[in-house]
Design a protein around this ligand. Sequence first.
Ligand SMILES: Cc1cc2nc3c(=O)[nH]c(=O)nc-3n(C[C@H](O)[C@H](O)[C@H](O)COP(=O)(O)OP(=O)(O)OC[C@H]3O[C@@H](n4cnc5c(N)ncnc54)[C@H](O)[C@@H]3O)c2cc1C
Length: 409
Amino acid sequence: MSQTSHDDVVIIGAGIGGLALALALRQRGTEATVIERTSELREVGAAVGLSANAVKLLREYGVEDALAKVSWAPTDLIFRNGRTGETLGRTPVGLTYRERFGADWWGLHRADLQKVLSEAVGMDRILLSRNVTGLREEGDHVAVEMADGSRVTARVVVGADGARSTVRRWMLGHDDAVYSGRSGFRGIIRTEDLTELPDPHALQFWVGPTGHLLHYAMGGDGSHVNFLAVSREPQEWTEQGWVVPVEDSAKLAPFAGWHPAVTQMLEAVEVTQQWALMRRPPIRTWHRGRVVLLGDAAHAFVPHHGQGANQSIEDTWALAEELAAVHGRDPEPAFEAYTARRRARTRAVAFASAQVAEVLHLPDGPQAQARDALMGTQQWFEDRLAWVHAYDPRVDTGIRPGSLAPVSR
Ligand SMILES: Cc1cc2nc3c(=O)[nH]c(=O)nc-3n(C[C@H](O)[C@H](O)[C@H](O)COP(=O)(O)OP(=O)(O)OC[C@H]3O[C@@H](n4cnc5c(N)ncnc54)[C@H](O)[C@@H]3O)c2cc1C
């Protein structure tokens, strides 16, 4: 196939950020075309947590009610000792969370999120099975080249193509992914099968020196639990891919001797893949000419705060607003303003996310004891979580990073 078509705004990637951006742009009168390399929009077997800072925007985009039907709001945020099961901290986050932060905190299937977003965008705006291989700057437009030989030209191109972004590589001229020193397994289990699990409808962290287990209930009826088990293995990532096949037996090693609720959860699913948890170093400039980055392509970081998708959604508000302000003229000032609005916020969240693993994986000793004592306090919630969830990009309230200093070893 070798065709060229022309669009005003092209978004590369129909992931969470790309689809949300199409809705944000439409709100301000711009219809974008979204280009996606996969043939179907569904990520089977994966979940995502959305917090109030993003859900407020999804309300503006008209999809909150549809998402509420397929999402579960956790009852509490609980930290536990991974080996003994002792409760270290518990904060109720049901109604009180909504009242305080102005929207819900949800667990849902990624496939459900993509379905709601893509239906709202309209499948006629999404070109599937188009793998973008390169970009070419041609005067007052950019040509987006695809593996099937087709091309789309556009006045503005947004690289929302995720953590392994082709657009970012084009912009930087190299691949800058860094292994975070942690890897993960994930799975989804029926809640009723987790007979050892206390508080199955809470969002819980089980903490220890070799790793941690995070889980939350999801779906419209909370009938399933999604988990992410993170460990300090391996020290270096020497594999080619970010996701590699593993033997099912490998999953229990970092959690040997942990509480039965943890081992039962891990044993309940067959684990076939291990994820390297990667991050991208911060970059000062998120744009080149008429091309700009959004979401993971701009600022991929480790998932320990459950904020990657939420930050992508926050980005959409600022970018759509800044693009609307230049009224179709040269987009560079809009890109500058957007980056200036988003850079400090995403860096603070990225830093805090990396810090979570350091704090949760402290070796046994006085530092871990001090952490355990803090986890039960309101100060812990305020310093580590409230400032992330309270942020509202609509009013640019600014950041309150709280206690960002790592607990020293
Ligand atoms: C284990 C794990 C758990 C996580 N849990 C959470 C969580 O609970 N909450 C949260 O907020 N975040 C979470 N994240 C992070 C979150 O998944 C990402 O930050 C989020 O998906 C980023 O959205 P995005 O739109 O930038 O990219 P993506 O959602 O990754 O979308 C990118 C899209 O671009 C497409 N694409 C890529 N390359 C091309 C190409 N060349 N041509 C055309 N299309 C292309 C891809 O197919 C994809 O559809 C987690 C991440 C991991 C690894």
